[in-house]
Design a protein around this ligand. Structure first.
Ligand code: TPP
Length: 208
């Protein structure tokens, strides 16, 4: 059956390391690009790839990395803005893709780490483990530049494209369930203040 073939193809994509891909991404950021890290292990791995004042580490709420990144992209159109999200979080807030596509911010790049699970809460399977194709959902929401990363070299190329071409871009990678080595320092006020100063919107000296 065609459906089964499609599912088989979807599930045989190369599984990569989120730690490795997070480091590859951060290593390419040379122009103070903003990065919004979604809840869960996405966030921990972004923290582990090295603190940057242009990073915002989302704590507690699923599915807000892309909406927040969208807002930052609109507010600062000359800055490239990345949103990183887990599959479970994206699936919870899938309508955000259509909103973003209809607005079409050229400087926004969305990246999904798809481990097919709600890993941080115990590894319950998400629908992307079996039937839901996240790139298919993105395309159907109106995002034309939506791609699966076939392997690490392809991921690098897609990031290069997203840094030099108009977006919005949507890049998804199948990743393993390796536990991150680091944990985000949980201080929401400090995270917010550092981010605002990192983006140049808070100028006055602050105690943090
Ligand atoms: C609205 C809401 N429901 C449930 C939770 C509990 N929760 C926190 S993280 C998480 C799983 C996130 O899954 P995913 O985005 O795929 O990231 P992963 O843990 O796999 O890195 C859940 C269920 C929450 N924080 N908010």
């Amino acid at each position: 059956m065609a459906g089964n073939n499609k599912q088989a193809q979807h599930n045989h994509r190369k599984v990569m390391s989120r730690a490795d891909l997070s480091k590859r991404l951060v290593g390419k950021l040379k122009n103070d690009e903003a990065v919004i890290g979604g809840i869960g292990w996405t966030n921990f791995e972004l923290w582990g790839a090295g603190f940057r004042p242009q990073n915002f580490y989302m704590l507690g709420s699923m599915g807000l990395a892309f909406p927040i990144a969208h807002g930052v992209a609109i507010a600062q159109p000359n800055r490239r803005v990345f949103g990183l999200e887990g599959d479970g979080s994206l699936l919870m807030q899938i309508g955000a893709l259509g909103t973003i596509a209809s607005r079409g911010p050229k400087n926004l790049v969305m990246i999904v780490w798809d481990n097919g699970a709600y890993q941080i809460t115990g590894g319950q399977p998400s629908t992307s483990a079996t039937v839901a194709d996240l790139v298919g959902l993105a395309r159907a929401s109106g995002l034309e530049k939506a791609f699966w990363a076939d392997d690490e070299a392809h991921f690098d190329k897609l990031i290069d494209r997203s840094l030099s071409e108009d977006g919005p871009f949507f890049i998804a990678a199948k990743i393993d369930s390796q536990k991150p080595a680091a944990t985000t320092h949980r201080d929401p006020v400090q995270i917010r203040e550092r981010f605002m100063r990192g983006l140049g919107v808070r100028k006055e000296p602050h105690a943090l």
